[in-house]
Design a protein around this ligand. Structure first.
Ligand code: ZN
Length: 389
């Protein structure tokens, strides 16, 4: 075996060991050996190296009925810092977090959609640098990476924002430029993918190997984890769930993407607002329709059921294609999923093959303002643990 092959094998084994520790929470060296099939001595050598890198720490001893109690290990989420950034319409929010996504400090800056590339980068680096200043006070804590989530078409290999409705520019090399300014590695990801990685590492996706995250709201998207890995596709657009066609009718509704009959045109906030208007003759916001449904308003409930029928078609397709262990429903629209749920279950039960639906656990993660931070912190954790391993 060549030197390169040996190094690769060691890296792979190290990543496997780290992943087992992450998934188990706390675990002994002997148990890692059983879980991974690696010999006890190999495990010990790898664990010692991870401890000296500060990525793993020893944490007490195993409960035991007799004999020597084994020392337990866990990931050292406090052993490093990350910066998580979310780029939204007119606003950049950045948070300094530990590796579990716990917020230490948060900063926000506004920008205009028509900003030039250099103005936008200036604003972005200003937010980041203001957080790294804070970190210099604690010299023993290192910032291991910057995770950025943004809606749009992203090349995460090169850290390039290829196209986004948030900023009026294409091929923005955010990763490279920000790395040059800060000297910190940058991991850029589509916002739905960032949410998906966050759920896999710290949320409802923990301990699942094949899972899908579906985000509802203004748009509809999906993040895909296959065999523990984020699936991005070959052209950075896998998971454009909102733009699968669910009707071919000549009267199909137009979608924001310019095509007709997309799921997003039938099950997003905008669609629900339209159904409610049609039924009641009243124009209401999605928040108003949701609270009307809470008080069992018939028009509001019917509007959600209608959107649910189409979402059911979409989810059936996902289940038939990916056979996931779980589907996590997220995004701002997760709050109204409950009004669509029984209709979705009815449709999906009918449309999935081999009784697949019975096996799939649907989980709803209610939107809150800090969930994205968990996602972008997870981007850093994912890469740091992989890179250093
Ligand atoms: Zn579309």
């Amino acid at each position: 075996m060549s030197k390169g092959d040996l190094a690769l094998l060691k890296n792979t084994n190290m990543t496997t060991v780290l992943d087992k520790i992450r998934a188990e929470g706390t675990v002994s060296r002997a148990h890692i050996s059983r879980l991974t099939g690696l010999s006890r001595s190999t495990c010990s050598i790898l664990v010692d190296e991870l401890i000296s890198d500060g990525l793993v720490i020893e944490t007490g001893k195993e409960e035991s009925s007799g004999g020597r109690k084994a020392i337990l290990l866990k990931l050292n989420y406090e052993g490093g810092r990350a910066i998580g950034i979310k780029i939204m319409q007119n606003n950049i929010t950045a948070a300094l977090v530990d590796l579990s996504g716990k917020i230490i400090e948060i900063q926000s800056e506004s920008f205009s959609k028509s900003s030039s590339k250099s103005t936008f980068i200036d604003i972005l680096s200003k937010v980041v640098l203001s957080l790294t200043v804070h970190e210099k006070i604690n010299t023993n804590e290192k910032i291991l990476g910057i995770g950025i989530g943004v809606g749009g078409k992203i090349d995460s290999n090169t850290g390039t924002l290829l196209e986004s409705s948030i900023i009026n520019m294409r091929n923005l090399k955010i990763g490279k430029v920000l790395e040059e300014i800060t000297g910190i590695p940058v991991y850029l990801e589509n916002d739905v993918n960032a949410f998906t990685v966050g759920e896999k590492y710290f949320g409802s996706g923990l301990n699942y190997h094949n899972l899908l995250c579906v985000t509802l709201g203004d748009g509809i998207g999906a993040g895909i984890i296959v065999d523990d890995n984020l699936f991005r596709g070959s052209h950075h657009i896998a998971g454009e769930f909102g733009h699968i066609r669910i009707t071919n009718s000549s009267t199909a509704v137009s979608c924001t993407c310019g095509k007709k009959g997309c799921l997003e045109a039938y099950s997003s906030d905008h669609a629900i607002i339209g159904y409610f208007l049609e039924l009641s003759g009243e124009a209401k916001t999605i928040e108003e329709i949701t609270s009307l449904a809470e008080s069992e308003n018939n028009y509001a409930l019917q509007a959600f059921v209608k959107a649910g029928t189409y979402l059911g078609y979409g989810l059936s397709t996902l289940i038939n294609l990916f056979d996931p262990e779980t589907i996590i429903i997220g995004g701002e629209g997760a709050v109204y999923y409950k009004f669509m749920e029984s209709e979705i279950n009815r449709v999906v039960m009918e449309d999935t093959v081999y009784g697949l639906f019975d096996e799939v656990k649907i989980q709803v993660v209610l939107f809150d303002d800090t969930l994205w931070i968990r996602g972008v912190a997870a981007l850093v954790v994912k890469e740091v643990f992989r890179k250093q391993a």
